[in-house]
Write a protein that binds this ligand. Sequence first.
Ligand code: KG4
Ligand code: ZN
Length: 346
Amino acid sequence: MKILGIETSCDETSVAIVEDGRKVFGNVIYSQIPLHALTGGVVPEVAAREHVLKMVPVLDEALKKAKCDWDDIDAIAITHGPGLVSSLIIGTQTASVISFVKNKILIPVQHIVGHIYSNWLYGLDENESKISDDIAFPALVLTVSGGHNDMILMRGHNKFKVLGETLDDAAGEAFDKVARILGLGYPGGPAISKMAVNGNTKRFKLPRSFLEKDSLNFSFSGLKTAVLREVQKHTNIDEQFKADMSASFQEAVTDVFVYKVLEALKQNPKVKEVMLAGGVSANTRIRNALTNALPIDVKFRFPRSISYCTDNAAMIASAGYFLYKLNPAKYKACTNIVPTTSFEIY
Ligand code: KG4
Ligand code: ZN
């Protein structure tokens, strides 16, 4: 079954074609990053206007890349939230029009659920025999993005329990804000991890917010403020300062993730796999630290390609497939879907 996914929740216009929830035939991502770098963050109206301009060209390019025409597409999966409503609506309206005009089944997908399914994806260039292993449940998922930061227990397809979430900033948001404080540009995650390579993780003593005992919630605003205070104390913010601060900050976030994942495993001893998802899952230091910290009988996964970590439509098409398989009668052709303002995971 081939599903065409559409994602426009924030500042990426993306369309992908994925077969049976895993095999990516084409995943076209038009990123608005250079545009938002000018303002140091996303201005919603600017993002929405850019989606309007790029939606149809990206759609055409994805079909071309996947060598598909509309007859090859069995259904459409669309991100309906959470996200910027003015961005979401460009995708949901496009998907709804296709559903009516081309008579295609339409499947709404929650954005964070989409991120989780990025772990199922693989490209046409990969050796399929090595990939055939399916993910074993129950699995623990740490979803870490600019807009969300959750610890989720996944008992099966579409069976999610949120064990913890951020009480203030998400980790990606903290990366972006710290990068801004250090003058490293937008988005902050890749800039900080690049600077951190030459930095000393121990130069600055930054707080780790583990919260009360047993808590699986997160809090990163204190860490961000501590970085700001250090920067204000110093008059000479040179490249070495930026590298050391990037490394110290990244280490503080990493320590919290390792601690919380181990705590979640302690509380859920039947967990067979741990997965990372969301833009911050691209971070090499966090990946390596978790790889080293996890018990050997727990499998650790993160998305196979960096392009599946940040916002993309392949993950939406994948989630759409598994949702559809669970309950095909629920989804219909000629359907209109509007953005949801709910943050609830299914
Ligand atoms: O999932 P995503 O594309 O968008 C949301 O749904 O929020 O995540 C974007 C976030 C940004 O905050 C960005 O700074 C962060 O992911 N990010 C990273 C890295 N690459 C992207 N954070 C840390 N290290 C990275 N290598
Ligand atoms: Zn996202």
